[in-house]
Structure formats: structure tokens, C-alpha cells
Design a protein around this ligand. Structure first.
Ligand code: ADP
Length: 312
């Protein structure tokens, strides 16, 4: 009695020579056919030509290499351009500032013009700094200073950095006193993430709105900072675009300042520190963004790690 279900399958990679002399690549699978008493009754050899598969894999590798090369050329170009633009722009801003200081002989219209130069120049400078930062991170040239630090302390510094903006937009920030939450990461880059999330919560809030900040521990030994705003919210269909560089989900002619690159930088930085960023939102009600970062364990000391360069 033949029992095909009892056959044993194994697959071997083969290199064969065709009668024409051409080398062929194939997969050989071997099935044992056994009788009821488990004795081998026969074998089935199944040879599949994998030439096409190999060609596809080689082509895929070529595309991958080209994409990697194009990506690093793009990063190098962005980095170079940002450097080239920064120098003349600093001169424009510097001289506009001098004119503003020495403005006794200027007419109101001229003063207004200088303010426009400074506002536009500041925006452009921030954009250039962001592009430079993004291209550095993207090309793996961001030195991270990983160490144990107090996330609460960095949060407090970040809060003081955005306090003027909050005041200007009439936003009240509630940040309950929290126990010191020690984490492992780069303190400077963590603060950068927190400032970006807080600035967004202020910018995209409604006048007189609120922000609530909280810290908690979450599974997988992570510490989470949540920043909850009472702003315009984000439509589910815009979710995927939010972390893409240069994507802004705002109405045309929106006067809220921004470059659309902050969240993509934050996401990359959080990932490099072993953490993550995500959000929940309801249109018209508000959004909650959170930043997860690895919690320090009792054995992680101050000198947990030295400088670490991001992998390319
Ligand atoms: P931007 O410089 O435009 O603020 P970001 O990368 O920080 O750039 O944010 C990308 C986009 O995500 C913003 O342009 C905005 O449309 C949306 N966004 C970010 N944070 C919030 C928030 N708290 N509430 C509503 N929309 C937000």
C-alpha cells in the first residue's frame, strides 16, 4: 500500500551542466514513498529550474545597490547645499539685524521691510538647519551620546524652552510633578524630540487651548512621555504622511510656521535610541503624541555607553 502522506520532503540547491554546456541552477526536492510497514517503496525527484529566480534576485540586488547609491548621493547633495546656503543667509540676516539696530534714519516702511527680511530669513535658516540635520541622520552620520539621564529633567528644560511660544498662543500646559524617570538615550536629542512635540502641540492647538504632559512606564521596559493637546486633530487618512519629510497636513495658505520635517527627524532619532514615536488623534478634539524610550535598569550606570555613531 502506498502512503504518499507519509513521504519525507527535502530540498537541495543544485548546479547542473546542460548538454549545451550551459550551467543551470535548480532546486531538487526528494520525496520518500513508504509502504505501510515503513519500508521505502520508491522516491520521487522533483527538479525545478531556478534560473529565473536567480536572475530576478541578481536584478533586485542591482536595483538595491543603485537605490542605496542614489540615496547617499541625495544626502550628500542636501548636506552640501545646506552648508552653501547657510553662509550667505547668515550674512543677509546679520546685515538686516545691523540695520534694525541702527534704525533712527529709517522710515516706517523701511523698518517693516527689514522685519520681513528677518522673518523670512529666520524661517529659511531653520529649514536649512532641519534639512542638514535630516540628511546627517539619514546618511548615518549622527553621533549619539547614549547615557543614563533623567527624562523628567529634560522635559522640564523643554517646557521652559517652549514657554514663550505657549504664552504667545495663550496655551496652558499642565505637567504634573513626576518622580525622576531615568532612561537610556541621548539627552540632547531626547530634548529635541520633546521640544518638537511640544511646539507642535502649541502651534496646532486652538487659542486658549490646553496641553497635558504625563510620564508612565509601558511594557517592554519603556518609559513613555505623552503630550495631549486640545487642537484641531489629525484625520486618519493623513496618518501615513505625517512622518514623511516635508509633508505638512495644513490648509493651503495656512499661516502656522513650519517646515514639515520635524516629525520625520524625531521618528528617526527615537528609533536610533531604541525607542519610538506615535500618536492618537480625533478630528476637532485633539491629538496625543507619545515618545517611548528605554527605561534604565538598576544596573545601568552613568557611564552606560560612550559616543555611538548611527549605523549607515
Ligand atoms: P511642521 O514644521 O510642519 O510643524 P512636523 O514634521 O513637526 O512639521 O509636523 C508635520 C505635520 O504634522 C504638521 O505640518 C501638521 O500638519 C501635523 N501635526 C504635527 N503635530 C500636530 C498636532 N499636535 N496636531 C495637529 N497636527 C499636527
Amino acid at each position: 500500500v502506498l502512503l504518499p502522506g507519509d513521504s519525507t520532503n527535502r530540498v537541495f540547491a543544485l548546479q547542473l551542466r546542460h548538454a549545451s554546456g550551459k550551467t543551470l541552477f535548480a532546486h531538487l526536492s526528494l520525496s520518500m514513498i513508504r509502504r505501510a510497514d515503513d519500508a521505502i517503496a520508491g522516491m520521487v525527484f522533483n527538479v525545478v529550474d531556478t534560473e529565473l529566480e536567480q536572475v530576478a534576485q541578481r536584478e533586485l540586488q542591482i536595483f538595491r545597490d543603485e537605490a542605496t547609491r542614489a540615496n547617499s548621493a541625495k544626502s550628500a547633495f542636501m548636506s552640501r547645499m545646506s552648508h552653501e546656503l547657510r553662509t550667505p543667509l547668515n550674512a543677509v540676516l546679520g546685515f538686516a539685524q545691523l540695520l534694525q539696530i541702527d534704525n533712527e534714519n529709517l522710515k516706517p516702511k523701511q523698518n517693516e521691510g527689514i522685519n520681513h527680511i528677518l522673518a523670512g530669513g529666520d524661517h529659511l535658516l531653520r529649514l536649512i538647519e532641519d534639512v542638514l540635520d535630516f540628511s546627517r541622520i539619514d546618511s548615518g552620520h549622527t553621533p549619539l551620546n547614549l547615557q543614563r539621564f533623567s527624562l523628567v529633567q529634560e522635559m522640564q528644560t523643554a517646557l521652559s524652552m517652549v514657554s514663550l511660544l505657549a504664552e504667545k498662543n495663550r496655551i496652558t500646559i499642565h505637567s504634573p510633578a513626576a518622580d525622576s524617570a531615568d532612561v537610556i538615550g541621548d539627552p540632547h536629542r531626547s530634548r529635541q524630540i520633546l521640544v518638537n512635540l511640544l511646539s507642535n502641540a502649541i502651534k496646532y492647538n486652538k487659542p486658549g487651548g490646553t496641553i497635558a504632559v504625563s510620564i508612565s512606564t509601558v511594557p517592554d521596559l519603556m518609559t513613555r512621555i505623552c503630550i495631549k493637546d486640545s487642537g484641531r486633530g489629525i484625520h486618519p487618512s493623513d496618518r501615513a504622511r505625517l512622518f514623511e519629510p516635508f509633508e505638512r497636513v495644513v490648509e493651503p495658505h495656512c499661516r502656522i510656521e513650519g517646515t514639515g520635517i520635524g516629525l520625520s527627524i524625531c521618528k528617526k532619532l527615537a528609533g536610533l535610541m531604541g525607542g519610538s514615536i506615535d500618536f492618537d488623534s480625533e478630528v476637532g478634539i485633539g491629538s496625543t503624541f507619545w515618545f517611548d524610550i528605554p527605561t534604565a535598569s538598576a544596573t545601568d550606570c552613568e557611564s552606560f555607553a560612550g559616543d555611538a555613531t548611527t549605523p549607515a
